[in-house]
Design a protein. Structure first.
Length: 190
């Protein structure tokens, strides 16, 4: 059996329009998406572009952003236009910061470094980026493992953050064993 596949003509990407954009404008999100108008319409690349938009909006506190993409196919010109209806969902803000594993001397320094984030849009990447900065700047001596944990309060649309710090494990030491002499008289201990 022989099967002939005729893929047909290639379709190029036309315009991509955003609706439902929150605080940023649709024009800014189009720049973030960086759709390649005129290139062959590759929907894997369209999905990657949408993920860049989602990441940007999540960084502005819209943790549950989704979209509905409608394709407008023009058969005569072999162009596909996209209408992207964003559904950003509610905006979440930073809530309370809790610190675990620090003493009374280092805790205020870390809080000061964190800054006044309460009430500002929650960026889910910020806590881990903050911990990486603490490590890179060498602010805490003997810093071991760190991790962050977020606590979402759906009712108030706030996100509390707990940062966990631990000290580094002590390095193994090579100790020489003192051995009793094998020859000669016992040591004089009196």
């Amino acid at each position: 059996m022989t099967v002939t596949v005729n893929e047909g003509p290639a379709y190029n990407l036309g315009t991509a329009r955003f609706t439902g954009a929150p605080s940023e404008g649709a024009a800014q999100l189009e720049r973030v998406a960086d759709f390649k108008k005129g290139d062959v319409a590759n929907f894997d690349e369209v999905n990657l572009a949408l993920e860049r938009v989602y990441k940007r909006l999540r960084g502005e506190g819209y943790l549950h952003v989704t979209s509905n993409v409608r394709r407008d196919i023009h058969g005569d010109s072999h162009v596909v236009d996209l209408d992207i209806a964003l559904e950003p969902g509610p905006r979440y803000v930073f809530g309370k910061l809790d610190l675990a594993g620090l003493d009374i001397i280092t805790e205020p320094a870390i809080r000061k470094m964190w800054g006044a984030m309460e009430g500002k849009p929650f960026n889910p990447e910020f806590p881990d980026a903050f911990l990486a900065r603490v490590r890179e700047e060498g602010i805490l001596e003997n810093l071991g493992k760190t991790r962050s944990e977020t606590h979402i309060d759906e009712a108030s649309k706030t996100v509390g953050v707990t940062l966990y710090f631990s000290g580094a494990e002590p390095a193994p030491q090579n100790r020489r064993r003192e051995q009793a002499p094998t020859q000669g008289p016992p040591p004089d201990i009196w």
